[in-house]
Design a binder for this molecule. Structure first.
Ligand code: SF4
Ligand code: SF4
Length: 309
C-alpha cells in the first residue's frame, strides 16, 4: 500500500469534506477516515450480481479523487469481480479468505436472482449464496446502484429470474446488518466515495425513507431544477431538447430524490435535464419497476397528432 503524505491527506480530505458538504472543522475526522481507508484497516469487498457493471464504470470516472487513487491508495479494495487483477481460483481464494476473516465493508452491485440462482454464478458458486456468506461476515453493507438497492432493471415487470434487491434478499434469509442504499443508474462517483468516507469518519449517515444518505438524496430533483420556473409558468417542452419543463415528456424529477441539479455529472459538466432529457428517476425506488412508469412519454402534442392521424 503506497504511503500518503500529510499534505496529500489534507488535500484529499478538503476535497472530500466539500463533497460531503461538511464544514472545515470536520477536516480532521475526514482525514482520519481517509487514513483508515488507505491503511487497510477498512477492507472493502465488492460483489457483482445481476448488473451491467455500469456503477463500477462510474466509479472509474471519479475525478476527485481520481480512480487510480481510489483503488490503489484510498480504498483497500480486496476483491472486485471486474477490476481485481487476480483471476480464476486465485481470485476466489482471495474472496473466500476475506470472508473467513470478516470485518470488512461489503459493496454489492446488482440485484439477486432469488428464483433462479443459476442465472448468476461466480467462481462456480451462485451469487445469491456468495452474497449470504459475505453479508453474514460484513461490518456493514453498501448497496451500489438501482439494481442492488431496489431491484432496478432486473426486477422490472415480468421479472423471470424473481430478481430482488439485496435488502429484500437478506431480510428473507434472516441476515440483519447496517445497510446503506446508494441508488442511481449508475451511481454518481461522489455518492459512493462520499458515503464510504462518511461511514468511517462519522458512522452511518442519516438516511431517507428509502435507506439512502440524506446528504445526497434528501431533496427532489424538481425542487432544485433549473427549469422549475418553466414548470410554474406551464411552459412545457413538446420535444426532447426543446426549451421548457420536460414534465409532459415524462420527467420524473417531481418524485425523485437526488442532488444531480447542483452536483452535476462528469466532473460538474452537466446532467440529464440540462442536456434536454427528462429525469428518468434512476435514483427512485420505482425506477424501471412498472410498465406504467416508462422512461419517456410522448408529449401531449405528439399524442394529439397521432390520435388525429
Ligand atoms: S424538467 Fe422535470 S424536474 Fe425540471 S421542473 Fe420540469 S418536471 Fe420538474
Ligand atoms: S437527473 Fe434523474 S435520471 Fe438523471 S442521473 Fe439524476 S436521478 Fe438519474
Amino acid at each position: 500500500m503506497p504511503e500518503i503524505s500529510r499534505r496529500q491527506f489534507m488535500l484529499l480530505s478538503a476535497k472530500l469534506a466539500a463533497l460531503l458538504g461538511v464544514s472545515t472543522t470536520a477536516l480532521p475526522a475526514v482525514a482520519r477516515a481517509v487514513q483508515t481507508l488507505a491503511s487497510g484497516q477498512a477492507p472493502l469487498l465488492w460483489l457483482q450480481g445481476q448488473s451491467c457493471s455500469g456503477c463500477s464504470v462510474s466509479l472509474l470516472n471519479a475525478v476527485h479523487p481520481d480512480p487510480v487513487a481510489i483503488l490503489t491508495r484510498y480504498v483497500s479494495m480486496q476483491f472486485h469481480g471486474t477490476l481485481s487483477t487476480a483471476t480464476g481460483e486465485l481470485a476466489m481464494s482471495v474472496l473466500n479468505d476475506n470472508i473467513r476473516r470478516g470485518g470488512y465493508l461489503l459493496a454489492v452491485e446488482g440485484a439477486v436472482p432469488a428464483a433462479m440462482p443459476e442465472a448468476c454464478v461466480i467462481g462456480g458458486e451462485p451469487f445469491a449464496q456468495q452474497l449470504l456468506r459475505a453479508a453474514a461476515a460484513a461490518e456493514a453493507i453498501v448497496t451500489v446502484g438501482a439494481c442492488a438497492c431496489y431491484g432496478g432493471i432486473p426486477a422490472a415487470e415480468n421479472n423471470p429470474t424473481g430478481s430482488q434487491s439485496v435488502r429484500e434478499y437478506l431480510q428473507a434469509n434472516g441476515i440483519a446488518k447496517p445497510l446503506i442504499a446508494i441508488p442511481g443508474c449508475p451511481v454518481h462517483p461522489d455518492w459512493l466515495v462520499g458515503t464510504l468516507v462518511q461511514v468511517l469518519a462519522f458512522g452511518v449517515p442519516e438516511l431517507n425513507a428509502d435507506g439512502a444518505p440524506k446528504m445526497f438524496f434528501d431533496r427532489l430533483v424538481h425542487d432544485q431544477c433549473p427549469r422549475f420556473a418553466d414548470y410554474e409558468r406551464e411552459n412545457f417542452a413538446a420535444h426532447f431538447s426543446d426549451r421548457g419543463c420536460l414534465f409532459k415528456l415524462g420527467c420524473l424529477g417531481p418524485v425523485t430524490h437526488a442532488d444531480c441539479p447542483t452536483r452535476l455529472w462528469n466532473a460538474g459538466t452537466n446532467f440529464c435535464i440540462n442536456a434536454g432529457a427528462p429525469c428518468i428517476g434512476c435514483s427512485s425506488k420505482e425506477f424501471s419497476r412498472s410498465m406504467t412508469l416508462p422512461f419517456y412519454r410522448k408529449s401531449e402534442q405528439a399524442q394529439i397528432k397521432a390520435d388525429k392521424a
